[in-house]
Each structure stands twice: as structure tokens, then as C-alpha cells.
Design a protein around this ligand. Sequence first.
Ligand code: TXA
Ligand code: MG
Length: 331
Amino acid sequence: MANRITVDGTTPDLDGPAEAIRSGQLVVFPTETVYGLGANALDSAAVQRIFQAKGRPASNPLIVHVADIDQARRLAVHWPETAQLLTERFWPGPLTIVLRKSSCVPDAVTAEGATVALRCPGHSVALQLVRESGVPIAAPSANLSGYLSPTQVAHLAPEIVAAAAWIVDGGPCHGGIESTVLDLDSHPPAILRHGLIGSKVLAEALGIDLQHGPPRNEDPPRSPGLLLRHYAPSCPVALVESGTDPDAVLDRMSLHRYSKVAYLMVHRAEAPQPAIRLVAMPDNPELYARVLYDTLHQIDAERFDVIVVEMPPDTSEWNAIRDRLQRASIR
Ligand code: TXA
Ligand code: MG
């Protein structure tokens, strides 16, 4: 069973977790987006333990967390100007960049691919852990593969707790959804996953239009994790466009036959039917992201039969949230 440490001061004692990383063990740690399940990125056997613990397909590459730009540069064969510009501006922070990998990055990390995903986390505990470990840390979100990411230690699955040598509890993650993944190895750069940093802001910083999504018909797919059902609670999720009349939706879906329905809405203060649990979601994308996974974790724990979600507006500021909801609804 994992050792635990709760972090509240400014310079916590992370000797135990840092030593665990160096010795090939797994550590759960907070980031500004979601909790990560970390291992020494330069140690293939340690990285394989992450895949085992999560039940993650070996074809889905991991993000490598670094302490600064210098450490990132050592993991890439080539550091383009776009990388310099974006990392100076957005690191530490929720931006992951994909570049050609250097030979020191094990194939297990990149799923045998030629590129590596790099991110310098904007959470003081995550940064301190990477620095004190002295090695880059490969870390996916600390959930079982395909399931919702944890934004608090209470969300961790028992299998993850059992697999970790240490759990560093830093309280709730501020961002609430994962980092933006930007492929700088394609031309023009491609957004592989929408995230906390909007694609508009990135395009403006680079002064060019970005591609959205991985290049088509690519074999093998550049980012296999992005094609699948993902970020999903156990309860089925049904999406309805914003502004749809909730009573009509419930009738159409014959939801009266369900005993427990949760309805996540942005615009309405009253439940359409008394038996339905109405969850009022923030009408601002940042605040919505912060509470989304926690809301879904709570509903899941109460074993609802279905979660109906009113989609937020189809505008670019809501891209990341709409993306997560869409993937959560795939069955
Ligand atoms: O916010 C985050 O990014 C969190 C925290 C812990 O840092 N991490 C995270 O990792 O979300 P993960 O493994 O759950 O998601 C990483 C995504 C996957 O969809 C994966 O396919 C993609 O990034 N990815 C990783 N390496 C890649 C690469 N070399 N090329 C393309 N996509 C890659
Ligand atoms: Mg994940």
C-alpha cells in the first residue's frame, strides 16, 4: 500500500517520493490540470509499470514532465523556434508539445513512435518533484485507462493506490481537465487534444493557423489515445445540444424508465422532473473545467443510470470541454 503525504506548506519534504521515482517506483502527484501517475521516464521497466497499473494499451504514448526548457531540449533531437517561443510563454503550464524524440527516451514511453510529448507542469509540487527526482517523469493521468481523470486523491481507483509507492496529496487540482497537446512535428502544428490553453491563443502566439486534430489517414495514428472513448464515467452519458427543451429530451429518450437520472445544465435552475437530479454547471469554461470531473466522479459514486449533459455552446472557448464530453459519451 502506498505511503501518503499531504502537502500544504510551500516547501514540502518530497524526499520519499523523489527517491521512489529514482528507484523505479510509481508516484501519484498533483498537477495544475489533473493528478498524474509518474515514473522515471528514462527507465523502461518503471514506465511499463505505469501501463500495467492503468491497463493502458502499449500503443498509447505518455507525456514526459520536465523541470524546465533545458531538460526538455535534451529529450528532443531538434528544438524548433516554435518550441522556444511557446515554452517561454506558456511554461510552466498546461501545454504539452510533441517533438522528434532523442535516443535517450525509451520506446516504451513513446509507444515505439518517433516523437515525444513534453510538458513542464505549472504546479509547485509537481515541479519540485521533477527537480528533486533529478530525472524527467513520464506521467499519464492517474486513472484506469479510459476512465475519468482524478482531480483529487479521493477519486483514485484502488488499483492505482495499490500500484503506487507514494501518493502526494495536494488537494483539488485547479485546472480540472488535461493539458493541451500540440504537435510541433507537423506543418502547420496540429492540436491533438484541446485543453486548458485555447487553440486561438496558441495560434496567435505563433502567428499561424493550426491544424485541428491529427493528420488524416495516418498509419499508425499519431495519437492513438485521442481516438478512443475516454474521460468517461461508468454511467452512460447522453449529450443534448444547448437550448434543447429538457422535458422533450426526457420524453424522447424515454428516460422515465430510468430510476436515477442526473441532468447537467448550464442554463436552467429547475429540474425538468422532480425525480431528476439537476446539477447546475458554471456558464464559464474555466470554472466548468474545474468542477467537471469531480461532478462526474460524484455522480458515478452514487450509481446513476444515466447522465444527461446539456452541451455548452459550440464556440472555441468551450472546445476542450465539448471534446471531453463527446469522448465520455462514446460507448
Ligand atoms: O494534463 C495532463 O496532460 C496530464 C497531467 C498528469 O500532466 N497528463 C495526461 O496524460 O493527460 P495522458 O497520458 O492521460 O494523456 C496524454 C495524451 C494521450 O492522449 C496521448 O495519446 C497523447 O497525449 N500523447 C502522448 N505522447 C504523444 C506523442 N508522442 N504524440 C502524440 N500524442 C501523444
Ligand atoms: Mg489520461
